[in-house]
Write a protein that binds this ligand. Sequence first.
Ligand SMILES: Cc1cc2nc3c(=O)[nH]c(=O)nc-3n(C[C@H](O)[C@H](O)[C@H](O)COP(=O)(O)OP(=O)(O)OC[C@H]3O[C@@H](n4cnc5c(N)ncnc54)[C@H](O)[C@@H]3O)c2cc1C
Length: 505
Amino acid sequence: MNTDALPASPLAASGALTARPALPEPPSTRAADHGLRSVTDWAPIDAELQGLELISAPGALRALSRDFHWYSPVLQAQLADCRAGRVVRVSTEEDVLRVAGVAARHGLPLTVRAGGTGNYGQCVPLVGGLVMDVTPMMRVLEIAPGRVRAQAGARLADIEAAVREGGQALRLWPSTWRVATLGGFICGGFGGIGSTEHGVLRDPGNLLRCRVVTVEAEPRVIELQGEEIQQVHHAYGTNGILTEVEVALAPATDWVHVLVHFEGSPSGYRQLLDSAQRSVCGALRAFLMSAVDARFAPYYPALTGHFPAGRHALFAMVAPEALADFDALVRAQGGVLSFALNEAALLAAGLPPAWECAYNHTTLQALKADRGWTYLQVAYPQPFDPAVVQRQLQRWGDEVLQHQEFARMGGAPATFGLLLVRWRGAQRQAELIEEIERDGCTVFNPHVVSIEEGGMKTIDAAQIAFKRRADPHGLLNPGKTRGWLPGMARALPLASDKLHSPPSA
Ligand SMILES: Cc1cc2nc3c(=O)[nH]c(=O)nc-3n(C[C@H](O)[C@H](O)[C@H](O)COP(=O)(O)OP(=O)(O)OC[C@H]3O[C@@H](n4cnc5c(N)ncnc54)[C@H](O)[C@@H]3O)c2cc1C
């Protein structure tokens, strides 16, 4: 794909932007560039993994080497040929220990795959090797007041169903929770539905405990508690394999899903953002607060008549006792309540839940109709100033559609944008990123595969130190962290010389 085919923006043409590389250089997809060897003979590995479900059919290998990175035309091109040589399915911690040992003894690149819903090629095996599918590890192990412990491959929606029976609920989950797993959320996710009330994953009290398997000839289990879990959180499975996780629960609430619409002008969007901002800054209990501009309406066919053409929309989940205050607050800003229903009533009416209209599900609605879109993720400086969005709305016109999420982070309000961007080539994406950063915002670049170039910006020394303990040979998900260099790997105890002929130049 020629990613630079389209003309540069007027800003660049005027010389206001200095030439900037389109997007960072991607990591190599050659095993040798990561100090690893490509597997030439799977027979001894297959033999050692006998008894586990092993997949080698080309179609299945292709499908199980992909995730939702296709949101980015850049990653779609970059990762098109990345394929596992084998996929192994595991259902117990013993299975994981066994696979980890085989990987270490054979110097085999090993990438963990769970629901496969990540957006940045997080579970795509850059250099091939073995993919370990953990979704059969799906058991909920223990439910107690305020906490649940489950195998890492358990789906979040299944965990929720189990804890709801006892009047409890997960504190936060991604909008993909029907497929996404607990371990995948912790290793690949950030926050989501529920972050309006409980903050993001890394906020104190959300993550309680986990068990991590190391990748060594004799694998071990390391237990992490509380803050220690930050060492593996959002590390893309590069520094250990989670087998069990314990997270905090909240008392269950029968949230009211509300759709409010506002006048479709720039000032109408300002009023919408002001309403959302006031809702999350006040005492009103809300689980979700998601704003989209009027141009999203055609992408919500299930909401025809409820999300009227030419009106901006605010999707919220508010506590039943907060509904009257929320209604008064939005009305004061010119908002009109389209509906306010609990989830059972909503589903009975054939309407989508608010959480399916938020976070990256919003982007998905648009992509289903038009693959010419991509997106950029933005964190706005706090305290959030809606004027920034208003200026950007006017500056970019129909090239960028506005979508903001109102959450909490570190105990304070946090506002994120998932801007829907018309794809006009990598150079134009880089220009937009620069323009957004000039406005004082932070961009979490969704067109890159490394942890650092995407969200985290800097190398997390604690995560790299943990990788030295849990993945000393550098076999886990190679290429996904810029903090690990081939020279840092401890020499492998070789299982077979045949497999480890020196890498070709
Ligand atoms: C439509 C859509 C909406 C989304 N909404 C949100 C959202 O609201 N919030 C959010 O944070 N994200 C969101 N995402 C991204 C993604 O869905 C979540 O991060 C999700 O939690 C990933 O879980 P998964 O089971 O699919 O993990 P996968 O995609 O399979 O894996 C994610 C990463 O974690 C690693 N991993 C998985 N399991 C383990 C394990 N047991 N041990 C070690 N490493 C492991 C993988 O190697 C990979 O690097 C969205 C994506 C899409 C496509």
